[in-house]
Design a protein around this ligand. Sequence first.
Ligand SMILES: Cc1cc2nc3c(=O)[nH]c(=O)nc-3n(C[C@H](O)[C@H](O)[C@H](O)COP(=O)(O)O)c2cc1C
Length: 185
Amino acid sequence: MKKNFGKQTFMYPMPVLIIATYDENGNPDAMNAAWGGIHDTNQIGICLDKSHKTTKNIAARKAFTVSMADAVHVKECDYFGIVSGNTEPDKIKKADFTVTKSEFVDAPVINELPMVLECELVQMSDDSDYIVGNIINISADESVLTDGKIDAAKLKPICYDPVAHNYNVLGEVVGKAFSDGKELK
Ligand SMILES: Cc1cc2nc3c(=O)[nH]c(=O)nc-3n(C[C@H](O)[C@H](O)[C@H](O)COP(=O)(O)O)c2cc1C
């Protein structure tokens, strides 16, 4: 027997995406977003409230980066979600983070977060909070690679629990995709 919870924005897992942008003067900002995911091949879609500094920055620079929040930086990543660049222009410095300009897009890459999607804006409109970006490049620190590939066990990405309002670390491997189901064919 299932219990009904009505109309809610619940899903598991929800990501913890750290969106980094430059404003018109080149000052970097970062925010936390859970309402996002893959939109299409090589495209990301995110719901961004128009009031955010990030949204204004993306409209101005047409680019952004999306780092995966990780278990090592929970405090900093949560901070990016509870303080706005509209009132605190030095969010990144306050978190003791540093940035390097992306080689591929007009946006900052947060040095301390090991995996990042570098994105160009392709869709933003006045009547929707949903934006779409083309993923131009993905880069990851050597420290989270095994045999040259991104290793989730080393990356330790976190996800957002919209019911308990917790951050959970992505954990154990429980199966092999495109493979375990073959037993039932
Ligand atoms: C766990 C978490 C998830 C969030 N998800 C989103 C989201 O998906 N979209 C959004 O517009 N704001 C989201 N927020 C709120 C923004 O991160 C927050 O308002 C932030 O201060 C905006 O920063 P900015 O004004 O510097 O861009 C989230 C906050 C937290 C803590």
